[in-house]
Design a protein around this ligand. Structure first.
Ligand code: AMP
Length: 422
C-alpha cells in the first residue's frame, strides 16, 4: 500500500484507503514523512489537493508515538490543536480526523469547537481533555477564558488555511492563542497560498521548518477551466440565470461581495424557478450547516455566497464556480475557484467582468500569470463604459505620504462600489 511506504502505521494506511485514498497525493507524499520526523512544517499546496489528510494522518501517528501522559493527568488538556478560520472548516476537518482516528486501536478523542452554537456542550465534551481539538480562534479563546480547556500541554499545533489565520482579521486572536501554547511543540502551517509577508511571519514562528511547496506543475491536473465574461453591471443576474439554464448547470457556487447581494441574487434566481439559496455569515449556525449539507446533497442547484465559503470547504464534484463580483485579491481568487476541480475532478470557474472591474480583473490575472480572453455572450453584449477614476485629493495639497490611495486601492474601491447587485 503506497501510504505504508511513507512510514504510516498499517492501521492509518488502511483508514486512508477506507476513505477511498489509495494513492497519496503529492502534498501527502511530501508532508507525511516530514511531519513524522517531528519537524515543523510550512506547506503550501493547491486547494483541494488533499491537505487535510496530509496533516491529519501523521498527526494521529505522532500522538500514538508521543507519551500519553498529559490528557488524564491535566483534566482538560489538549494534545493536538488544529486551528481553522471558519466553523464549516472546523466541522469538515473534524470529520476527516475522526474517521481516520476511528481505525486506531485506542481511538483518540477528537473534539470540534467553533462559534455560533452554545458553548456548553463543547465544555462538556472537553471534560477529561481531548487528544485532538479542532477549533476556530474565537471560540477557543472563550473556552480557555472559562478554563474549559488547557493548552499548555499541546504537543502539536496545526494552522489550516494558515495565511488567513496569520492575516490581520485573525492576527490578534491567533496571537493570544499562541501565548497559551507551550514553546516546545511541533507546528504545522498549511495553506494553498502564502503571500511573501505572511510566509516571512510564519517562518519566524516555526523552528527550522521543512518547507514544502507543491507547485502546480507537480500535482495532478486540478482541471479548472477559467473563463471571463464581459457583462454590464445590471445584467449580471440575468446572465447568470441564462447560463444556468442554457448550460444545464446543476450545481453552482456563486461568489458575491456582500451578504445583502447574496440574499438578493438568490431571491431573484429562486423567483426564476432556479433552486438557489444564500450562504453567509449572518445566517444562524444551524442554517449555515443545513444549507451546506443540502447543497452537498444536491438539493440546491445554486448557492450564492460571500468569501465565507471561499476557503477549505470541500464540496465533492462541484462543477462550476462563478465570480459574480470579483474577489478583492488574487489570493481570494485562488481560494474561490479552488472550490471546484477538487481531487482531480474537472471544474469550471467563470468571472463576470464589468467595465469598472476590468482593470481590477487584469491585476488578478497578472498575479496569476493568466491572460484570459474576455468573452461576450450573445444577448448580453456590454454597453457600459468605465467610470473615470477621480483621484482623491488628500487633506493637504501634496497628499499625505502613505495615506494616498494607490492605483490598486482605487481599482479595488471602484470594484467594491460596483457590488450593488442588479
Ligand atoms: P482537501 O484538500 O483535504 O480538502 O481534500 C480535497 C479532496 O480530496 C477531498 O474530497 C478528499 O476526500 C480528497 N482526497 C484527499 N486525499 C486523497 C487521496 N489520497 N486520494 C483521493 N482523494 C483524496
Amino acid at each position: 500500500m503506497p501510504f505504508l511506504s511513507l512510514g504510516l502505521l498499517p492501521t492509518l494506511a488502511q483508514a486512508a484507503s477506507a476513505l477511498g485514498f489509495t494513492t497519496p497525493t503529492p502534498i501527502q507524499s511530501e508532508a507525511i514523512p516530514a511531519v513524522l520526523t517531528g519537524a515543523d512544517v510550512l506547506a503550501s499546496a493547491q486547494t483541494g489537493s488533499g491537505k487535510t489528510a496530509a496533516f491529519a494522518l501523521p498527526l494521529l501517528q505522532r500522538l500514538q508515538e508521543l507519551p500519553a501522559e498529559n490528557r488524564h493527568s491535566y483534566g482538560r488538556a489538549i494534545r493536538a490543536l488544529i486551528v481553522v478560520p471558519t466553523r464549516e472548516l472546523a466541522a469538515q476537518v473534524g470529520d476527516v480526523v475522526r474517521s481516520l482516528a476511528q481505525a486506531l486501536p485506542q481511538s483518540p478523542k477528537v473534539v470540534v469547537a467553533s462559534g455560533g452554537v452554545s458553548i456548553n456542550p463543547q465544555m462538556m465534551a472537553l471534560r477529561g481533555g481531548a487528544d485532538v481539538l479542532v477549533a476556530t480562534p474565537g471560540r477557543l479563546l472563550d473556552l480557555a477564558a472559562q478554563n474549559a480547556v488547557q493548552l499548555a500541554t499541546v504537543r502539536l499545533l496545526v494552522l489550516d488555511e494558515a495565511d488567513r489565520l496569520l492575516d490581520l482579521g485573525f492576527a490578534e486572536e491567533l496571537g493570544k492563542v499562541l501565548t497559551l501554547l507551550p514553546p516546545r511543540r511541533q507546528s504545522l502551517f498549511f495553506s494553498a497560498t502564502f503571500p511573501p509577508d505572511v510566509r516571512a511571519l510564519a517562518g519566524q514562528m516555526l523552528r527550522d521548518p521543512v518547507n514544502i511547496s507543491v507547485a502546480s506543475t507537480e500535482i495532478p491536473p486540478a482541471d479548472i477551466t477559467q473563463r471571463a465574461i464581459r457583462v454590464d453591471t445590471d445584467k449580471r443576474t440575468q446572465l447568470l440565470r441564462h447560463l444556468i439554464k442554457d448550460q444545464g448547470w446543476k450545481r453552482v457556487l456563486v461568489f458575491v461581495a456582500t451578504k445583502y447581494a447574496a440574499e438578493l441574487v438568490a431571491e431573484k434566481l429562486y423567483k426564476a424557478k432556479i433552486y438557489a439559496t444564500a450562504f453567509h455569515g449572518d445566517l444562524s449556525q444551524g442554517a449555515r450547516k443545513q444549507v451546506l449539507a443540502e447543497f452537498k446533497d444536491e438539493q440546491w442547484e445554486v448557492v450564492i455566497t460571500t468569501d465565507l465559503a471561499a476557503r477549505g470547504i470541500d464540496i465533492a464534484k462541484l462543477p462550476v464556480v462563478v465570480n459574480y463580483d470579483l474577489p478583492r485579491s488574487a489570493v481570494d481568487y485562488v481560494h474561490r475557484i479552488g472550490r471546484t476541480g477538487r481531487a482531480g475532478e474537472p471544474g469550471l470557474a467563470i468571472s463576470f467582468v464589468t467595465a469598472d472591474t476590468e482593470a481590477h480583473f487584469h491585476l488578478i490575472e497578472k498575479r496569476q500569470g493568466l491572460s484570459l480572453p474576455l468573452e461576450e455572450v450573445a444577448g448580453f453584449e456590454p454597453t457600459e463604459v468605465a467610470t473615470p477614476i477621480v483621484p482623491q485629493i488628500a487633506a493637504d495639497k501634496g497628499g499625505i505620504k502613505g495615506k494616498r490611495p494607490s492605483k490598486k486601492d482605487k481599482l479595488r474601491a471602484l470594484a467594491a462600489a460596483q457590488t450593488k447587485p442588479d
